[in-house]
Design a protein around this ligand. Structure first.
Ligand code: SF4
Length: 713
């Protein structure tokens, strides 16, 4: 049984699921569980919780937990070992691989579930001291197109607004986002705005989702055409009263070129409608609504990001807000809704292979700055491999050692069966996990380390509105469970780097992170939390939810940015970026359907935690595929029967759901089921490994696929 910490009786912490980052008040019940309530004082949720958050107390038992280190023996089986033996095995294995194959043959695959302090420690060890930039994260699958789009448009990875804008907007545009299911508390805040001020909703999504069903206008565009729709909108805005010539002249560059490019692709609403497969009157209505409504927020999520043209989609959206100057002011702006609880915190400390730390890249100046700050002569000097390329390199035998922390790539990565095969080729495979069994743990790790779980973890996370919040422990760590940062520091010590990893706890790491963010900064970088360089331990303990940047002298943080320009480009101006021309995704025999994958309301990722709650499991108990009835009929597919869905990469057997809200020629299947829950329901093996060439984000929304009735064996 999980023991409560002695005091205080209730602890304020942060939900470990989606990027909304809701505040939670947890009170241990003394029986291993906890009473969980929304924290009324947390600005993200103001006391609200969704079904997943409300069920957190049901998911913290020890039945499935990994409680001790495990080492693989000569007979191939995992057996309990001491921490000393496990850490020695990792250090010895890393040293051998580095000496034989070089530092780039080592990789780390991290997770948006990790705390910022854990992420920081992993990046410092890998990039700073081992000297490999092959450090990527499952956040690559979730928001890296937004990161790349922000950097192209703003010169920095910055979300300009705050959640409060969702309640003061008059027009809410939701693009590729089933907000009602995937960011439920934000959707409730949007609904509150609709009730209070009549906010209108436009939902842009090929599927008639639960969110689209609530919309004033639903645009079920053809898969992959979002950038064309916003290109058409830019043309319309340029000729309307909404065009803000003064803002464009003072704070941006590249508008004439972007407009010319947009006019060539989508000269008017009719051309836009044709390109996107929409009714022209619906496109005209959207354009008119957007032009006429100054307080407009455009939220976008995985339907935008998880695309071969995801970065272009993001910039097409940013272009429309730049052209109207609707950015960084109350009730207006583009807003990337992050999927994971700490996808943004990971970005802050260099969790992506193309970043160092504190949003710095690999320019000579930035490499030099980080090298001097860390005292790290081995610092990696070039970008590493992004997630899909990293696992391909493992499959080719180019990467020999991999440390996976807090994620389940054997289920969640595209072409997941090839990922399983690749994991079997490693000389050293280390897995830091909460649970003793999942699909990745079944891929024969050499070492498994028992990691602290939610309720035991101590550190910070950052949500979609740049708000840093504390995750605080309210349960004692069971068995021999340890924090991830501790295991990393122990290995660093064994590799001879102890001096750089002498942290007493997460507060030490947070202060170091803050100091690096403000190091030789002079206010020119977006990510700066220099105000917290000298934060006392007691102040870290009660650290209030705070939006960065928070440079020295501004510990209260910053709610909004860019209303008066001040972008993080060399000339402090934003960039209009022209999307590349991209037609709707086409699918042809033998794979005539476009398979879209996504989430359902009551499950999280691969269900290792939400799967423990019968209440959550009762919402949608089995893996399914949604298909339009008119596509299903000629194939002999009926509601409830089993179908075999296949792509060039794999197959799954899923229950058929007839859904008239599904666009013709498309399928939808949820991502959550794994070998541990319903082996036939894994869709990861089907998803193609196509990525956006700029962001490296997988195109998980548009895999060519086939479907037919399942012939029982
Ligand atoms: Fe947790 Fe997201 Fe639900 Fe909030 S909306 S309770 S962060 S899952």
């Amino acid at each position: 049984m999980n023991a409560p910490l002695a005091s205080p009786p209730s602890v304020k912490t942060t939900c470990p699921y989606c990027g909304v980052g809701c505040g939670v008040k947890a009170t241990p019940d003394g029986l291993g569980g906890a009473l969980v309530e929304g924290d009324r004082d947390h600005p993200a949720n103001l006391g609200r919780l969704c079904s997943k958050g409300a069920a957190l107390g049901e998911t913290i038992g020890l039945e499935t937990r990994l409680l001790h280190p495990l080492l693989r023996g000569a007979d191939g089986t995992l057996a309990r070992a001491s921490w000393e033996a496990a850490l020695d095995r990792i250090a010895t294995g890393l040293r051998q691989v580095i000496e034989t194959h070089g530092p780039s043959s080592v990789a780390f695959y991290l997770s948006g579930q990790l705390l910022t302090e854990d992420y920081y420690a992993a990046n410092k060890l890998a990039k700073g001291f081992i000297g490999t930039a092959n450090v990527d994260t499952n956040s690559r699958l979730c928001m890296s197109s937004s990161v790349a789009g922000h950097k192209r448009g703003f010169g920095s990875d910055t979300v300009p607004g705050a959640y409060a804008d969702l309640e003061s907007a008059d027009l809410m545009v939701l693009v590729g986002s089933n907000t009602a299911w995937c960011h439920p508390v934000l959707f409730r805040r949007m609904e509150a705005a609709r009730k209070a001020r009549g906010t209108r909703f436009v939902v842009i999504d090929p599927r008639r989702t639960e969110t689209a069903a609530e919309a004033d206008l639903h645009l079920p565009l053809a898969q992959g055409t979002d950038a064309l729709l916003f290109s058409g909108l830019l043309v319309h805005l340029a000729g309307s009263a909404a065009f803000d010539a003064a803002y464009v002249a003072a704070h941006t560059t590249g508008f004439p070129e972007a407009l010319a490019s947009a006019r060539a692709m989508t000269p008017d609403a009719a051309a836009t409608a044709r390109a996107c497969g929409l009714a022209v009157e619906d496109v005209e209505r959207f354009f008119a609504l957007f032009a006429a409504t100054e307080r407009a927020v455009t939220c976008y999520s995985q339907g935008v990001n998880q695309s071969a043209v995801g970065t272009d989609k993001v910039n097409a959206i940013l272009n429309c807000h730049l052209a109207t100057g609707r950015i960084g002011r109350e009730g207006m702006g583009p807003f990337s809704l992050t999927g994971q609880p700490n996808a943004m915190g990971g970005r802050e400390v260099g969790g992506l292979a193309n970043q160092l730390a504190a949003h710095m890249g690999f320019s000579g100046e930035e490499v030099d700055r980080v090298r001097r700050f860390w005292g790290a002569p081995n610092l990696a000097t070039h970008e590493g491999l992004k997630a899909v390329d990293m696992f391909a390199a493992i499959g080719r035998g180019e990467i020999k050692a991999l440390w996976v922390m807090g994620t389940n790539p054997a289920v969640s990565l595209p072409e997941a069966d090839a990922v399983r095969t690749a994991l079997g080729k490693l000389d050293l495979f280390v897995l830091s996990e909460n649970v003793i069994a999942n699909d990745t743990a079944a891929c024969h790790p050499h070492v498994m380390l028992p990691a602290a779980a939610w309720g035991e973890k101590d550190g910070t996370v950052t949500n979609s509105e740049r708000r840093i919040s504390r995750q605080r422990p309210f349960l004692a760590r069971p068995g021999e469970v340890k924090p991830d940062w501790w295991a990393l520091a122990q290995v660093a010590g064994r590799l001879g780097f102890a001096n750089a990893f002498r942290w007493r706890g997460p507060a030490d790491i947070f202060r170091e992170h803050a100091a690096l963010s403000g190091f030789e900064n002079a206010g020119t970088r977006d990510f700066d939390i220099g105000a917290f360089v000298d934060l006392a331990d007691a102040a870290y303990e009660i650290f209030p939810p705070t939006q960065w940047p928070a440079p020295r002298g501004r510990p209260e943080g910053t709610g909004r940015l860019f209303a008066a320009g001040g972008y993080f480009t060399p000339d402090r101006k934003a960039r209009f970026v022209s999307p590349r021309p991209a037609a709707a995704v086409a699918a042809e025999p033998p794979f005539p359907f476009v398979l879209n994958t996504g989430r359902i309301r009551d499950q999280w990722h691969t269900m290792t935690r939400t799967g423990l709650s019968p209440r959550l499991g009762s919402h949608i108990p089995a893996p399914f595929v949604a298909i339009h009835p008119e596509d299903a009929a000629p194939l002999g597919l009926q509601e409830g029967m089993l179908a075999r869905v296949a792509s060039a990469h794999g197959a799954a057997v899923l229950e058929v759901r007839l859904d008239a809200g599904q666009r013709r020629g498309t399928l939808f299947a949820p991502i959550h089921w794994s070998g541990a829950t319903a082996s036939h329901g894994r869709v990861g093996p089907l998803v193609h490994g196509v990525t956006d060439p700029i962001s490296g984000q997988p195109d998980s929304k548009a895999t060519p696929a086939s479907i037919q009735p399942h012939a029982a064996p």
